[in-house]
Ligand binder design. Structure first.
Ligand code: NAD
Ligand code: UGA
Length: 457
C-alpha cells in the first residue's frame, strides 16, 4: 500500500510507544515506524505482552501493528526511509561530572542527532518529543548543519500525556504545542506537523510558538503541577499538627475557580520519571544563568517532596512503638500512580528501602508493577517478597501502607484482612483512599495523610 507520509519515532518507551500508536490509529493513511536500540523492548512491542501497561493501549496496538505501525531495531534504514522523525529517547538526570544529580543527561539525545546526520539521504523534519532543557534545539541544529546536500528543520513538540491516561490524553489533549524557528522553512515544517495532529485534534487546541518557548513550557508545566502537589503536601504536615483535615482544606481551597481543584490530592509524595528530573533541570538552568533565587524557589518543590516521603516513614516508625525490626509491613501498590506498571521514582520504592533500613520485612502487592519492582529491589530478596493477591500479602503482617491509589484497594474486605493480621494492626494510608472510620471501627489503628490519626490507644 502507498502511504501519504512515512513517520518515524526514535525511542520506543512510555512516550514513543503510546503516542505513535495513537498517530497510527488516527491516521491510517500514514506509515508509522518506531525504532529503538533495545532489541528486548522491540521484541516485546512485537509480542502479545507489551513492555508497559497502559489502559487502552493493547487494543490500539492490535488494530494497527503490522498494518501501518511497525516496531524495529533497524535505526539506519528507518532514518533513511522516513522524512518526519520524532525523537523520544530518554533524558534522565545526569549522574556524573558537571551538573551530576541536577542537569539533564543529553547523551542519548545527542547520539540520536548524530545517527540522524549519519544515515540521512534526504532532507528531514526532526521533532523533539523528549523533554529537553531550553536551547537544546540549537545543539541539534549545530550537529545537523553538517549535512552536505540536504537540510534539517528542528521542531519542538513536547509531550504532555500522563501515564495511566496516555491514550485518552493523546486522543483528547488539552493542547498540542509546536515550536519552530520563525523562518519560512520553520513555519513550513511547523504547518506539516500541525496537519498531522489536525487529523483528530481541533485546530484551536494546536498552538504554536517560538522554539524556545515550546521547550521551556514543557518543563514549566511539570514544575507547576509538581508545585501544587508539594504545596498541598506541605499543608498536610500542618493539618496533622492542628487537627485540620487536608481533604476539607483542599476542597475549600480548590473550589476557588482561580485556583481549581486538580492536583491537590495530598499523598506520600509525587513520583514518576519526570517531575523530579524536570524540576532539577529547571533549577540547574536557573543557576547556570545566575538566577539563584529562582532556582531556590523551585528546588523547594523537590525538597518538600523528599520531606513528605521521609515524614511518612518516620510516622510509621513512631506509630509502631519506635521499632520496625522484624515487623512485617505490606505495601499496597508499588507503581508511582494508579493504572501504570511504571515504578520509576515511585515513593513506594523509596519507602520500601527506608523500611528495610529499619530492618522490617516487606511484602509488596500491586496489580501491574511487580515485575518492575522486582528489578528495582533486586539484591534485597529475603527481606522483600512480592505477592499478587492483596489478601495473601497482608496476612500475618503488623501493618499495611497504601502507596498507590489503585481503585482495587478502596473496595477490599478490610474485616477479612484485619482478621489475618498481627495485632495491634496499623493501616497507613499514603493516598487517603480507604474508608478510615470504617477501618478504625474494624479495629485498625488508622494513620491517614493530613488528618488526625484514628487509634485505639
Ligand atoms: P523511556 O526510557 O521509557 O524510553 C526511551 C527509549 O529510548 C528507550 O527504550 C531507549 O532504549 C531508547 N533510546 C535511547 N537512546 C536511543 C538511541 N540512540 N536510538 C534509539 N533508541 C534509543 O523514556 P520515556 O518515559 O518514554 O521518556 C522519553 C522522553 O519523553 C523523556 O525526555 C521524558 O522526559 C519525556 N516524557 C515522558 C513522559 C512519560 O510519561 N514517561 C511524558 C512526557 C514526556
Ligand atoms: C506528569 C504530567 O502530569 C504530564 O503532563 C507530563 O507529560 C508527564 O508528567 C511527564 O512529563 O512525564 P505523570 O508523571 O505520568 O505525568 O503522572 P501524574 O498523574 O502527573 O502524577 C505524577 C505523580 O504525582 C504521581 O506520583 C501521582 O500519584 C502524584 N500526584 C498527582 C499526587 O500526589 N497528587 C495529585 O493531586 C496528583
Amino acid at each position: 500500500m502507498n502511504f501519504k507520509k512515512n513517520i518515524l519515532c526514535i525511542g520506543a518507551g512510555y512516550v514513543g510507544g503510546p503516542t505513535m500508536a495513537v498517530i497510527a490509529y488516527k491516521c491510517p493513511q500514514f506509515r508509522v515506524t518506531i525504532a529503538d536500540i533495545n532489541p528486548a523492548r522491540i521484541a516485546e512491542w512485537n509480542s502479545d505482552e507489551l513492555p508497559l501497561y497502559e489502559p487502552g493501549l493493547d487494543e490500539i496496538i492490535r488494530a494497527t501493528r503490522g498494518k501501518n505501525l511497525f516496531f524495529t531495531t533497524d535505526i539506519q534504514r528507518s532514518i533513511r526511509d522516513n522524512d518526519i522523525i520524532f525523537v523520544s529517547v530518554n533524558t534522565p538526570t545526569k549522574m556524573f561530572g558537571a551538573g551530576a544529580g541536577m542537569a539533564a543527561d543529553l547523551q542519548y539525545w545527542e547520539k540520536t542527532a548524530r545517527q540522524i546526520l549519519q544515515y540521512s539521504e534526504s532532507s528531514k523534519i526532526v521533532i523533539e518529543k523528549s523533554t529537553l532543557p531550553v536551547k537544546t534545539a540549537q545543539a541539534m541544529e549545530n550537529i545537523l548543519r553538517n549535512a552536505h546536500s540536504f537540510t534539517f528543520e528542528v521542531l519542538s513538540n513536547p509531550e504532555f500525556l500522563a501515564e495511566g491516561t496516555a491514550i485518552k490524553d493523546m486522543e483528547n489533549p488539552d493542547r498540542v504545542l509546536i515550536g519552530s524557528r520563525e523562518t519560512a522553512s520553520g513555519f513550513k515544517a511547523r504547518e506539516e506537523l500541525v496537519e498531522i495532529y489536525a487529523n483528530w485534534i481541533p485546530r484551536e487546541k494546536i498552538i504554536t510558538s517560538n522554539i524556545w518557548s515550546s521547550e521551556l513550557s514543557k518543563i514549566v508545566s511539570n514544575a507547576f503541577l509538581a508545585q501544587r502537589i508539594s504545596s498541598i503536601n506541605a499543608i498536610s504536615a500542618l493539618c496533622e499538627k492542628t487537627d485540620a483535615d487536608i481533604i476539607e482544606v483542599a476542597r475549600a481551597v480548590g473550589m476557588d475557580s482561580r485556583i481549581g481543584g486538580k492536583y491537590l490530592n495530598s499523598s506520600v509524595g509525587f513520583g514518576g520519571s519526570c517531575f523530579k528530573k524536570d524540576i532539577l533541570n529547571l533549577v540547574y538552568l536557573c543557576r547556570h544563568y545566575g538566577l539563584n533565587e529562582v532556582a531556590d524557589y523551585w528546588e523547594g518543590v523537590v525538597k518538600i517532596n523528599q520531606y513528605q516521603q521521609e515524614r511518612f516513614t518516620l510516622n510509621m516508625l513512631t506509630a509502631m512503638f519506635n521499632t520496625l525490626a522484624d515487623k512485617k509491613i505490606c505495601l499496597f501498590g508499588v507503581s508511582f500512580k494508579a493504572n501504570t506498571s511504571d515504578t520509576r521514582e515511585s515513593p513506594a520504592i523509596f519507602i520500601a528501602k527506608k523500611l528495610l533500613e529499619e530492618k522490617a520485612e516487606i511484602i509488596i502487592t500491586d496489580p501491574q508493577a511487580l515485575r518492575n519492582a522486582r528489578t528495582d529491589l533486586a539484591g534485597m530478596e529475603g527481606r522483600v517478597s512480592f505477592i499478587d493477591d492483596p489478601y495473601k500479602a497482608a496476612a500475618g503482617c503488623h501493618a499495611i501502607a497504601v502507596m498507590t491509589e489503585w481503585d482495587l484497594y478502596r473496595d477490599l474486605d478490610y474485616q477479612k484482612i484485619y482478621d489475618t493480621m498481627i495485632k495491634p494492626a496499623s493501616l497507613f494510608d499514603g493516598r487517603n483512599i480507604i474508608d478510615h472510620r470504617r477501618c478504625h471501627n474494624i479495629g485498625f489503628n488508622v494513620y491517614p495523610i493530613g488528618k488526625p490519626a484514628l487509634t485505639h490507644f
